[in-house]
Design a protein around this ligand. Sequence first.
Ligand SMILES: Cc1cc2nc3c(=O)[nH]c(=O)nc-3n(C[C@H](O)[C@H](O)[C@H](O)COP(=O)(O)O)c2cc1C
Length: 217
Amino acid sequence: MTAKNGEMLGIDVDELAVPAIYKLLVGAVVPRPIAWVTTLNPVGKVNLAPFSFFTVVSVDPPILLVNSERRVGLAKDTPLNAKREGELVINIVTEELAWPMHQSSAAPPPNVSETELLGIALAPSVKVRTPRVTAAPIAIECRLERLLEVGRAPSDVIFAEALYFHVRADLIADGKIDMRRLHPLARLAGLTYARLGEIMDLPAVGDAGAVHAIRSE
Ligand SMILES: Cc1cc2nc3c(=O)[nH]c(=O)nc-3n(C[C@H](O)[C@H](O)[C@H](O)COP(=O)(O)O)c2cc1C
């Protein structure tokens, strides 16, 4: 049966298996930014993994959220390391980092460092012991604010308080990051990623004239 133009399909979550729910979530909530997270593993080496269930939670204090799903019922290395060490670094992924980032999602044993396996260069952090990825144009040193287990699986939800930002100097002016220079990579679903398309600016909505201009378009 082919869908008619504009026809909506109702899908009841109660009737879906978990993989089907996952497919809807990752297809509907797009594009997602990617947190490329460094943590210290149990032998003091650097664990690196990407997470696209990633967002900002609050500004004062600055708290970011990274959600790690369980792997066959077991917590992944990143939340385990963040919990044990109390810290993590969130590295921002750009287009040119797509391939090493993607490769770092493989799951070697907990004591094996993805940065060593893939030859990814690291630079020291200032306020935490966990290093950052040198090639990432933005890196955010964080302390673990809290870790929540959410849901039936459950998910390990990391709340990370930003303590220190590293920003490549040419990307920032007057405290603002230049969206036209950053080239962030977005995750869509599965193996599919996206670059930013055309960037557009809209008039401020506080301005009555601007609202009128928008409505009359
Ligand atoms: C672009 C990308 C985004 C990902 N996002 C998530 C995510 O949000 N949550 C999650 O649990 N796994 C996510 N993964 C899978 C993890 O990166 C993968 O399970 C990894 O092995 C976890 O590493 P760790 O055990 O060292 O923490 C993602 C993978 C890729 C390639």
